[in-house]
Design a protein around this ligand. Structure first.
Ligand SMILES: NC(=O)c1ccc[n+]([C@@H]2O[C@H](COP(=O)([O-])OP(=O)(O)OC[C@H]3O[C@@H](n4cnc5c(N)ncnc54)[C@H](OP(=O)(O)O)[C@@H]3O)[C@@H](O)[C@H]2O)c1
Length: 443
């Protein structure tokens, strides 16, 4: 059964209606009467799953409160951690398990990374791409209030910043305890402050913890679409007059104005990082780019570390229906350490000091991507990490996120794109490689 509940000012869907989940919703503000004690391991993913209680093998139950991430303090535990204004809510029934979510030492080791300006960034962010509307608000509220996330990864072009704001508001955690990242979209490279102001309004905050240039390519701000302006050929309408170095200077101004505490980039290869570094008075704090088992970016990561830039992994799980989870090395380690494959995949990156932004709108997966990933990281020893590090180089190299930018991005292993290009298509009778398309590059 699907319904709606009020989560603060956010209306979010009652995604599940069985007793166990009603209880967790109740703790988020749902008025339904809980009939069973709540624990994260008893969250079910649909009504039909009510009979089949699922749990991660790495953890049974846990409580869900955190102290401030900015102080590097480990998660605190609470016997409740939630308030309820429902008179029918019997605290003795809905008590939360006393087992701490994370060992303080574990959190100390993997929970945060230090940025080059001294700030501490929570190393697991909730990804939000393709999370929409009430489902997005619910995922954010759940991640913060129940699962314990303190870092939300947003972007203007996902179109859901206001949904994220509703989730944040519903979670009720002070802004100072959250780490909010968002990104400058490509049609906004020449109006950084205006774009950031809009993002701040959308997110209901007056500063971001981290603002990233989403891609190193500017698109025509006055083109035929606000997000993806296209030329008649079908290729993206790139603004060749825009200079990424000027955009970076405008980003730096946002730090001076107090609108962003840290700034960085996203999807920047070594050549593009070098371009920015050539003018930077503030070295990018982070480069969020596709990093995972099949695309480990060893050389780029090494370069970033030399420059004091934190590599952050987007698409860390390998996107939806991920083939990473079926790789033999992952399956072996999953069995060896009684961890879910997804937890091994994320734990691998955490163990290498690479923060991650896994996306999920599913409560159980939101949980396991956090506590399960932290639990998996220390189990992976040197041999395990070496084995995982070598996977891509022995035939598994693969990217999952390769938008059709009609410019050279400078990445290794970026596939030759196929674009819709009318002239050669007609001539050749099929799609053409970007380099063969006469309209792909300016002369
Ligand atoms: N900077 C950039 O250009 C850029 C590009 C791409 C992504 N990102 C950021 O990185 C985040 C993550 O990337 P992504 O969303 O592309 O891919 P991802 O996090 O690698 O994978 C997300 C997919 O995996 C599923 N999933 C999540 N947890 C799972 C688990 N434990 N077991 C099985 N399936 C699971 C999700 O479905 P459910 O929701 O149903 O769980 C979703 O379909 C984005 O949301 C965004 O914030 C940034």
């Amino acid at each position: 059964m699907e319904g709606w509940i009020s989560l603060g000012s956010a209306a979010v869907p009652c995604l599940m209606a069985c007793d166990t989940y009603v209880c967790s919703k109740h703790e988020l503000g749902c008025k339904a009467t809980p009939r069973q004690s709540f624990s994260a391991s008893t969250i079910v993913s649909s009504e039909s799953d009510c009979a089949t209680v699922m749990s991660s093998p790495t953890h049974s139950t846990h409580s869900h409160t955190r102290s401030s991430s900015s102080s590097s303090s480990p998660p605190s535990t609470s016997s409740s951690g939630f308030t309820s204004d429902d008179p029918e809510h019997d605290e003795s029934v809905t008590t939360v398990d006393e087992q701490p979510l994370l060992d303080p030492e574990l959190y100390k080791k993997y929970g945060e990374v230090e940025l080059n300006n001294g700030m501490r960034m929570p190393s697991i962010a909730l990804g939000t791409w393709l999370a929409e509307g009430a489902e997005c608000s619910f995922a954010v509220a759940y991640a913060i209030k129940i699962a314990g996330y303190r870092h939300i990864d947003a972007a203007w072009h996902y179109g859901n910043e206001t949904d994220i704001a509703k989730g944040i508001e519903a979670a009720g955690v002070p802004r100072s305890e959250l780490f909010l990242t968002s990104k400058l979209w490509s049609t906004h490279h020449d109006r950084v402050e205006e774009a950031l102001d809009e993002t701040l309004r959308n997110l209901g905050t007056d500063y971001l913890d981290l603002y990233l240039i989403n891609w190193p390519v500017a698109l025509n701000p006055n083109g035929n679409h606000p997000i993806f302006p296209l030329l008649r050929s079908g290729r993206r309408d790139v603004s060749y007059t825009s200079d990424i170095r000027e955009t970076w200077k405008a980003m730096e101004a946002m730090v001076r104005k107090g609108k962003a505490r840290a700034i960085g980039v996203s999807n920047f290869s070594k050549p593009n990082l070098e371009k920015v570094l050539s003018v930077a008075t503030i070295v990018p704090a982070v480069n969020q780019t596709e990093i995972h088992l099949f695309n480990p970016e060893h050389k780029l990561v090494e370069f970033m570390r030399e420059k004091g830039i934190v590599p952050q992994a987007h698409t860390p799980l390998g996107a939806s229906r991920s083939p990473l989870f079926n790789h033999p090395a992952v399956l072996n380690l999953s069995k060896k350490y009684s961890a879910l494959p997804s937890e091994i995949v994320l734990g691998y990156l955490l163990a290498k000091g690479i923060p991650v932004a896994p996306k999920s709108a599913n409560p159980e997966r939101i949980d396991s991507n956090y506590v399960g990933a932290f639990a998996a990281a220390p189990n992976l020893d040197k041999d395990d990490l070496e084995e995982l590090d070598a996977v891509a180089s022995v035939g598994w190299q693969r990217r999952f996120f390769t938008p059709p930018w009609p410019v050279e991005l400078g990445f290794e292993n970026w596939p030759e794109m196929q674009l819709s290009c009318k002239l050669p298509k007609r001539q050749a009778g099929g799609a053409v490689k970007i380099s063969q398309c006469p309209c792909a590059f300016p002369s």
